[in-house]
Design a protein around this ligand. Structure first.
Ligand code: KG4
Ligand code: ZN
Length: 362
């Protein structure tokens, strides 16, 4: 009888209590640019990752900051609600809230920051601030239910490539990110988008160039690339070279872009990838690190992914690339960075304000 009673107590009291302790849920918010996203994570396992894209910018060929912050205001509550529902939990089960504090568009960041601060205060849970670029790198640690993804070991090299960043980072630890190379002007994603705009393609141009490049000849045209010392990058010269090349060709044939779209895309994509890979190979040689990753929106580029695997074979690298859904802006990556901070008690205070730019990784 006593044994039966004990079993009942263990099963109905201790086990659920233990499970509650193990199930620490984090809500994450990302609103740095034009995507409003909320995610729920249990540890590094992503239970939901909802993204509301803002179509409003497409007609302008770029993100309009004022319109972006207004759209975040409209989207944030429904997106959080959907993230909780998809994760099958209630807001009372959350242990903490993580948010993107910067860098990004200030008006956009303010929406996510203000929401997160109010939410933490009202639910009496800790607040965790996350640097957006660190979030992109932490996406490499994302796991999904009933699936194990191999993650890199420290130290590893990560090429963080997005619309706002192009950096080679030596990742020594979750919180020790050493920038060893960076762009001195445009980011690689920015170069893709600006070049697409020159060709009359809609925003964002990166994924469109990627798609069109598949049907083109990458060696059809060549453009002059900048030769920058060390591990740094420059993309503004390439963009100007492309602009002048097109201007001259259009004088001879006004349909030049239309007739050569696929070849132009394939050629410019090859130039961007060659530039990115040259310095990444150099960084690997100089540091002796052979675990090499890419992260950020441009890491979704099929040509860049192929170049990573090709170089991996050539130089004996172990290559890590985040899944597509975790590579462009999303809240799951913020939740993963948030979880590592949560485990280490690295909480933020209510007086935190967003920042548009960072010179150091936080
Ligand atoms: O990380 P992300 O979503 O936002 C920023 O933090 O900037 O990156 C967006 C950038 C844009 O410039 C977009 O054109 C580029 O990533 N991008 C791509 C591809 N998918 C997104 N660039 C090249 N090929 C792609 N498949
Ligand atoms: Zn991003």
């Amino acid at each position: 009888m006593i044994i039966k009673m004990l079993c009942i107590i263990v099963f109905f009291v201790f086990l659920p209590f233990l499970l509650t302790l193990m199930n620490e849920y984090i809500l994450a918010i990302e609103s740095s640019c034009d995507d409003t996203s909320a995610a729920v994570l249990r540890g590094t396992t992503v239970l939901s990752n909802i993204i509301a894209n803002q179509e409003v910018h497409r007609q302008y060929g770029g993100v309009i900051p004022e319109l972006a912050s207004r759209a975040h205001q409209q989207n944030i509550i429904p997106v959080v609600d959907a993230a909780l529902k998809h994760a099958n939990i209630t807001k009372n089960q959350l242990s903490a809230i993580a948010f993107t504090r910067g860098p990004g568009l200030l008006g956009s960041l303010l929406v996510g920051t203000s929401f997160s601060k109010a939410f933490a205060l009202s639910m009496d849970i800790p607040l965790i601030e996350v640097n957006h670029t660190n979030g992109h790198i932490m996406a490499l640690f994302a796991q999904e239910e009933n699936e194990t993804t191999k993650v890199p070991e420290f130290p590893f090299l990560c090429l963080a490539v997005s619309g706002g960043h192009t950096q080679i980072i030596k990742v020594n630890d979750y919180f020790d990110l050493e920038i060893i190379g960076k762009t001195i002007d445009d980011a690689a994603g920015e170069a893709f988008d600006k070049i697409a705009k020159i060709m009359g393609l809609p925003y964002p141009g990166g994924p469109i160039i990627d798609r069109l490049a598949k049907e083109g000849n990458p060696n059809a045209f060549s453009f002059s690339k900048a030769n920058i010392a060390g591990l740094n990058y420059s993309f503004s010269g390439l963009k100007t070279s492309f602009l002048y090349f097109l201007r001259d060709r259009l004088k001879e044939d006004k349909d030049f872009v239309e007739k050569n779209k696929a070849d132009l895309c394939a050629s410019i994509q090859r130039e961007i990838i060659e530039t990115l890979m040259k310095k990444l190979v150099k960084a690997s040689k100089e540091t002796g690190i052979k675990q090499v990753a890419i992260a950020g929106g441009v890491s979704a580029n099929s040509g860049l992914q192929k170049a990573m695997y090709d170089n991996g074979k050539r130089y004996g690298w172990e290559v890590f690339i985040p899944k597509f859904k975790f590579s462009t802006d999303n809240a799951a990556m913020i939740g993963i960075a948030g979880y590592f901070k949560y485990k280490n008690g690295m909480f933020a205070s209510q007086d935190q304000t967003p920042y548009a730019r960072t010179t150091t990784q936080k």
